[in-house]
Design a protein. Structure first.
Length: 136
């Protein structure tokens, strides 16, 4: 049995880093045993999370850092990887996010209530640090 190690990325808040994070996410997800469909959706979530960290957390301040951690889950089935994205922003209260499934929010094209993924990932960010974490 090989030892599982966390891979940590630490970079300045620049959108130019998105492609690098995507390559790392794809490679580490593949090593963790994710299939092509899971790799795609993990990549979408990681990319969007990094964009949010840069834009909303760090407020496009290129002096601030974004941290992304990839930790393969145990060797037991199903395959998976835990991913944590952090920034140096002030944080937010997850309960302040409008319910995306409420009738008045279902058809919104933008904003925090426009995506049910916001609601699903907030269940992982109950403390100020880490701000967001997912498990696939």
């Amino acid at each position: 049995m090989t030892q599982r190690k966390t891979v940590c990325l630490d970079f300045y808040s620049t959108y130019e880093m998105l492609d690098f994070v995507q390559v790392a996410s794809d490679h580490l997800g593949r090593l963790a045993g994710l299939d092509d469909d899971a790799l795609h959706w993990v990549g979408v979530a990681v990319r969007e999370s990094v964009i949010n960290a840069i834009k909303h957390g760090n407020r496009d301040d290129e002096r601030k850092h974004v941290y992304v951690e990839f930790t393969p889950l145990s060797n037991s089935a199903p395959a998976g990887i835990a991913i944590r994205v952090r920034d140096e922003g002030p944080g937010f209260d997850p309960s302040s996010i409008p319910d995306p499934l409420a009738p008045e929010n279902v058809l919104k094209a933008s904003g925090p209530a426009s995506s049910s993924s916001v609601r699903s990932w907030t269940k992982w960010c109950c403390s100020e640090r880490p701000r967001a974490a997912w498990k696939w």
